[in-house]
Design a protein around this ligand. Structure first.
Ligand code: FES
Length: 102
C-alpha cells in the first residue's frame, strides 16, 4: 500500500468531482451516494479530463465524445470508450481522503 493524502473529504462531498494529482498521476476524486471514489482522470479514448464531464447515477460522461464510465468500478460502459479507467483504493482519515495509487 502506498497511501497519499489528497483533499479534504468535505470538499469532495460538496463538489462531487475534483481533479487532483498524486505522485504525478492525474486522479479524479468522486462522491457517489455519500461515498468517495478515486479513478484516473484522463479518458481512455482520447485526451479529456473526466472531471470536466457530467456525473449522473454513479457514472461519468466524458466531456469530449460522451463515452460513459462507471465511477465505482472504472468500467467503460458505452462507445466510443472500450478501455476501463484505473480505480484506486481510498480511505478517509483526519478529514482527508487518502488514495493508494498501487
Ligand atoms: Fe473521452 Fe473521446 S475523449 S470519449
Amino acid at each position: 500500500m502506498d497511501w497519499f493524502k489528497t483533499l479534504e473529504t468535505r470538499q469532495v462531498l460538496e463538489q462531487g468531482a475534483i481533479a487532483t494529482e498524486v505522485d504525478g498521476l492525474r486522479i479524479a476524486l468522486w462522491a457517489v451516494d455519500g461515498e468517495v471514489y478515486a479513478t484516473g482522470n484522463i479518458c481512455t479514448h482520447a485526451f479529456a479530463y473526466l472531471t470536466d464531464g457530467h456525473v449522473e447515477g454513479g457514472c461519468i460522461e466524458c466531456p469530449l465524445h460522451q463515452g460513459l464510465f462507471d465511477i465505482r468500478s472504472g468500467k467503460a460502459l458505452s462507445a466510443p470508450v472500450s478501455k476501463d479507467i484505473a480505480t484506486y483504493a481510498v480511505k478517509q482519515e483526519d478529514g482527508f481522503v487518502w488514495v493508494d495509487i498501487n
